[in-house]
Design a protein around this ligand. Structure first.
Ligand SMILES: Cc1cc2nc3c(=O)[nH]c(=O)nc-3n(C[C@H](O)[C@H](O)[C@H](O)COP(=O)(O)OP(=O)(O)OC[C@H]3O[C@@H](n4cnc5c(N)ncnc54)[C@H](O)[C@@H]3O)c2cc1C
Length: 229
């Protein structure tokens, strides 16, 4: 969806769940007539105002009844506020959409590369595929520092429904950069695909460089850079 700016949409917190050590998902009641596409983000504000990063990919799919955002607990005021939200609390969506074409192309095979909480927009895309009986050819490379892969159980269930979904889980904590890149490159033998990268800035930049080194054209790489880490 294109970006919709300067809105003030109240979203009421339905619940908050600790989904892994240090990671939360906040579920928001879906505001009336709030339409979005899988891969979109929202900008959230709170009253009284809190400082800190405020753009969050929607980890929910448009096919689900609630909106969801997923984040790592942090020190900023905003993170502390997010991590203490309770059912019934209010937040304001001030902007939402997607300005980088971060959406699956139904006619082209895709490779999604997630770094940590960068899995959020990909959860949205995969759940949307499941719920719409999508047949798209999708490869997910999911890099995480440890074994606590968010949404792993759901993704494994969806794999049984999506015959064209392949997933590789890559624990990075014991891999040197060279070994990690060699491993990722070995999984990218089909380069005629649309590539999507989401995660912290360093991970996105390193992965972009790696894709360029194996001759993936810039136009075939879409990124969601989770600034602020
Ligand atoms: C398109 C887009 C989509 C995004 N989607 C997501 C998403 O789905 N999930 C997600 O988690 N993030 C997402 N982000 C990133 C998000 O917007 C935040 O930038 C990020 O979560 C960091 O937020 P923070 O600054 O509140 O966090 P923190 O983790 O609290 O802080 C970031 C850094 O500042 C330091 N810091 C903060 N406060 C203090 C303090 N008081 N004293 C000392 N040091 C401090 C921390 O140590 C850390 O290094 C997205 C960003 C974009 C642009």
């Amino acid at each position: 969806m294109p970006v919709t700016k300067n809105v003030s949409i109240t979203a009421v917190v339905a619940s908050r769940q600790l989904i892994a050590p240090n990671y939360h998902t906040v579920y928001l009641e879906r505001p009336a007539q709030f339409n979005y596409a899988a891969g979109d983000w929202i900008d959230l504000e709170f009253s009284p105002a809190v400082q800190g990063g405020r753009t969050y990919s929607l980890s929910s799919s448009p096919t689900e009844p609630q909106l969801a955002i997923t984040f790592r607990a942090g020190m900023s005021q905003l993170k502390q506020r997010l991590a203490s939200l309770q059912s019934g609390d209010g937040a304001t969506i001030v902007q939402y959409g997607n300005d980088y074409g971060f959406q699956l192309k139904p006619t082209k095979a895709s490779t999604l590369i997630a770094g940590g909480v960068g899995i959020a927009p990909f959860r949205s895309m995969l759940k949307n595929l499941v719920d719409t009986n999508g047949r798209a050819d999708v490869q997910l490379l999911y890099l995480n520092s440890n074994d606590d892969f968010l949404f792993r159980h759901e993704i494994e269930t969806w794999q049984q429904q999506l015959s064209n979904l392949r997933v590789e889980y890559i624990v990075t904590k014991d891999l040197s950069r060279k070994k990690r890149e060699k491993h990722i490159a070995s999984l990218l033998n089909d380069t005629n695909r649309q590539f999507y990268i989401a995660g912290p800035p360093g991970m996105v930049a390193n992965t972009q460089t790696l894709l360029s080194s194996i001759k993936i054209a810039e136009r075939d790489i879409k990124t969601d850079i989770f600034g602020g880490y």
